[in-house]
Each structure stands twice: as structure tokens, then as C-alpha cells.
Design a protein around this ligand. Structure first.
Ligand code: GSH
Length: 207
């Protein structure tokens, strides 16, 4: 069974959601998110840069949440939640999957790191990161202006991945989303798989 090392609200949320949507069994292993534990040799052996998450499948260990998502889809997804290589939607799928982590998530993560490392945080750094995050949100809003999901009528893992980042945007930038992005967020978070993911995420606490 897939073992997903996770701390509440962090990035394995998207991997758990994909598993829930596929009906795939998985086990969540709560991780101590303290800087001290993440710097420990034990955790660094699993994630050499001391970040969360990590996933183990048999004798395979990997980090990077979007790579995990793609691994799960390719190995266990049976063609669900992603277009095939020959589909005209395939490049768009890659674009939005990479966008979620490489572009949209980036200023949000920098804001979190900055707040953690600098006390008080520099207002101009936070304002610049919010500006960048807003630009990404506008790009998503525009893309969703004529379609329910990023690729059209079919939901894909690109939607799951970006919706996860929208949660962070609501916490760190604004809980008011532009019209189409809000409709998308409402549609995605009404899914039973989302509700089950929220429950699994909340339960990922060290006992
Ligand atoms: N690109 C990585 C980013 C991992 C990441 O930044 N994880 C956050 C939690 S969501 C973390 O561990 N932050 C602690 C830090 O960067 O010091 C992924 O998608 O897995």
C-alpha cells in the first residue's frame, strides 16, 4: 500500500486527493513538521532537503508532491484524471500541472518561509509575493472563464493540484477569488473525494 508521509495542510494533500478520487488504498503517516525533525538525519534520509512530503511504495521512496501525483496516476490510475499522450489536451495538462507547483505555489511558499524566518517580516516582500500570486490567480480565472475544468469538461489531476494551491491563496492572499476561479473552487470542494481528503489531512497529527 502507498505510504504518504504528511503534515496537515501541506502538499501531500494533492496526492491524497488523487488517491481518494481513484479509490486507491493508501496510508497517511503523520510527520513531525518541526524544523528540528525535518533537519534530522532520519528525515533527511527520506527527503534530503528536509521538506514534506515523502511517499513510499514498496521499495520505492520519492519526494516532490507533483511527481508523486503523476506516479500514482501512471502506475495505478488506469487512464483516469489525465489525458493520454496522444490527446490534444495533453500539453495543456502538463502546463497546468507544472504551473501549480512551479509558478502558482512559489510566491505562497516564499511568503510562508519569509514569515517563518524573519520577525517581523518585510512588508514589501509579502506585498510582492502577493502580487505574484494574484497574477497566477488571474491566469487561472481567465483559463476557467469558458470551461468548468482547466482542460474543458473533464476533471484532471491538474484541477486537483491547482485547487490545493487555491486553498493556500485563500489563507495567504485573499479568501475572495475572482468569479470563475471561485465557481471552480466551489465545484471542486463539493466533491466527496475532497471532503474525505480534508478528513485525512486533519487526522495527520502526531499522537
Ligand atoms: N516542491 C516540493 C515543495 C515541498 C515543500 O515546500 N513542502 C513544504 C510543506 S508544504 C515544506 O516542507 N516546507 C518547509 C520548508 O521549506 O522549510 C513539493 O511539491 O513536494
Amino acid at each position: 500500500m502507498l505510504k504518504i508521509y504528511h503534515a496537515p495542510v501541506t502538499r501531500a494533500f494533492r496526492v491524497i486527493w488523487v488517491c481518494e478520487e481513484l479509490g486507491l488504498p493508501y496510508e497517511v503517516i503523520p510527520v513531525d513538521f518541526s524544523a528540528a525533525y525535518r533537519a534530522s538525519p532520519e528525515w533527511r534520509a527520506l527527503n534530503p532537503v528536509g521538506k514534506v512530503p515523502v511517499m513510499i511504495d514498496g521499495d520505492m521512496t520519492m519526494f516532490e508532491s507533483c511527481a508523486m501525483m503523476q506516479y500514482v496516476l501512471d502506475r495505478y490510475g488506469d487512464g483516469k484524471l489525465q489525458p493520454g499522450l496522444a490527446s490534444p489536451d495533453y500539453p495543456l495538462y502538463l502546463q497546468w500541472c507544472w504551473f501549480a507547483e512551479a509558478t502558482f505555489s512559489r510566491p505562497l511558499g516564499e511568503m510562508t518561509n519569509h514569515r517563518r524566518e524573519f520577525n517581523p517580516p518585510l512588508d514589501e516582500v509579502i506585498a510582492e509575493m502577493q502580487r505574484r500570486a494574484r497574477l497566477s490567480m488571474q491566469a487561472l480565472d481567465q483559463a476557467l472563464s469558458d470551461r468548468p475544468y482547466l482542460l474543458g469538461n473533464e476533471m484532471s489531476a491538474a484541477d486537483i493540484s491547482n485547487c490545493y494551491v487555491m486553498r493556500g491563496y485563500r489563507r495567504s492572499v485573499s479568501d475572495e477569488l475572482p468569479t470563475h476561479a471561485q465557481a471552480f473552487f466551489d465545484r471542486m470542494t463539493a466533491l466527496p473525494s475532497y471532503q474525505r481528503t480534508v478528513a485525512a489531512d486533519r487526522a495527520a497529527v502526531i499522537s
